[in-house]
Design a binder for this molecule. Structure first.
Ligand SMILES: Nc1ncnc2c1ncn2[C@@H]1O[C@H](COP(=O)(O)OP(=O)(O)O)[C@@H](O)[C@H]1O
Ligand SMILES: [Mg+2]
Length: 366
């Protein structure tokens, strides 16, 4: 019965997702979800939730939460690309604390831990037969990166911090005889690297090498740069939200540069146009891929799949799967936004069925 469903959200109270999820719960006639701030989880100020269904939201947008995750005395400077691996370790630890009360989590700690490590996520997807760009073995710095690119015969790669999100620290790197070009939102400022909202180019090899060398100790995932399909002047990809195994919501992200993340000034594209360009068979195959990608995280209610159609539209690949990728404001499917969809999955029994299937299925090629 909906009235019996007690929900708790672990998240920063001013996080937009927390507000939208709360609104969806109330609109469905459920009691107002309790909000357990990440700060209280990490300081131990609040006991872990017990006896409720627990939604875990991203801890990533609050400086004090970030400081606690990284276990440092001083907060990072705004946008600074530091301590990504430490923040990840803090997140994994925090998820353990949330789970310690024995409540049922809507985002399984092991799933979230895999999702927030691009190397592990890529390996899981690959093992499950989900199409992903080919990846290089681990590289510890720029010299190793160039050697691995040469060994693979690749001139273009995407260099991604293993624990990054929202294009933070991502570098699209193209190399040729005697020249390099890095396209990235990273701003090199004096003594640090900062994430910015503006994508820029670096053509000076010493600068590019320094960028990669500074990011590498925090963990890198390097993939072949695949040519994305385009509409008009822009390349596109999709964010597809999969709820309890079903791809329900999608937005098109259209960009003049190699990264499509919307906060970089890119535009939402026309979904109908993308579907028409792909055609029914390629579209259905892409949605099937999104469902299979989500099935690699079978104890988790929602994931956000970044899906790229490749040049020519016939083939596609998954760039990443996001644990906290359900913020698609204003996008409705069957009259429901992504949060109402999740509530619907909980109240209609779909979540329970998805969980039961997950328990049975031998997931991800195991
Ligand atoms: N291998 C790739 N080839 C081409 N484009 C890519 C590749 N990987 C990522 N991208 C583009 O870069 C963007 C950011 O990469 P993504 O893996 O989604 O990391 P983030 O967590 O920073 O969003 C994606 O939205 C996609 O458009
Ligand atoms: Mg992404």
């Amino acid at each position: 019965m909906p009235g019996d469903l007690r929900l708790t959200v672990v998240g920063n109270p001013d996080n937009r997702r927390v507000g939208l999820f709360t609104a969806a719960a109330l609109a469905a006639g459920l009691p107002r979800p309790a909000v357990l701030p990440w700060v209280d989880v990490l300081t131990g100020a609040a006991p872990p939730p017990a006896g409720a269904l627990v939604r875990v939201d991203s801890p990533g947008e609050d400086p004090e939460v970030d400081r606690l995750l990284r276990r440092t005395a001083t907060p990072a400077r705004h946008g600074e690309l530091v301590g990504l691996a430490d923040a990840y370790a803090g997140l994994v630890d925090g998820l353990g604390r949330v789970a310690a009360g024995g409540a049922e989590l809507l985002n399984d700690p092991a799933d979230v831990a895999a999702l927030c490590d691009k190397r592990r996520c890529h390996a899981l997807l690959h093992a499950a037969g989900v199409p992903v760009p080919a990846a290089l073995p681990p590289v510890a710095g720029y010299a190793e990166l160039r050697a691995a690119m040469a060994a693979a015969g690749w001139a273009r790669v995407f260099v991604k911090p293993a624990h990054g999100s929202s294009a933070a620290g991502v570098i699209a790197l193209a190399v040729g005889p005697g020249r390099v070009r890095a396209v990235t939102p990273i701003e090199v400022a004096g003594d640090g690297l900062f994430n910015s909202l503006r994508v820029r180019h670096y053509d000076d090899e010493a600068t590019v090498a320094a960028l990669v060398d500074r990011l590498a100790p925090q963990g890198l995932h390097v993939e072949r740069w695949l040519p994305k399909a385009g509409l008009g002047e822009r390349v596109v990809d999709l964010r597809v939200v999969v709820v309890a195994g079903r791809p329900t919501h999608a937005v098109v992200r259209a960009s003049r540069g190699p990264m499509t993340n919307l906060h970089l000034g890119n535009a939402r594209g026309d979904l109908a146009q993308v579907r028409a360009a792909a055609g029914p068979a390629a579209w259905a195959a892409a949605m099937e891929t999104c469902a299979r990608a989500a099935a690699c995280f079978p104890r988790t209610l929602h994931v956000g799949v970044d899906l790229m159609f490749l040049l020519g539209w016939r083939r596609h690949a998954v760039a990443e799967v996001n644990a906290f990728g359900d913020l698609l404001p204003g996008v409705l499917a069957d009259g429901r936004d992504t949060y109402a969809e999740q509530i619907h999955a909980l109240t209609s029994g779909r979540w329970a069925r998805w969980r039961a299937t997950a328990e049975e299925a031998v997931a991800c090629g195991a």
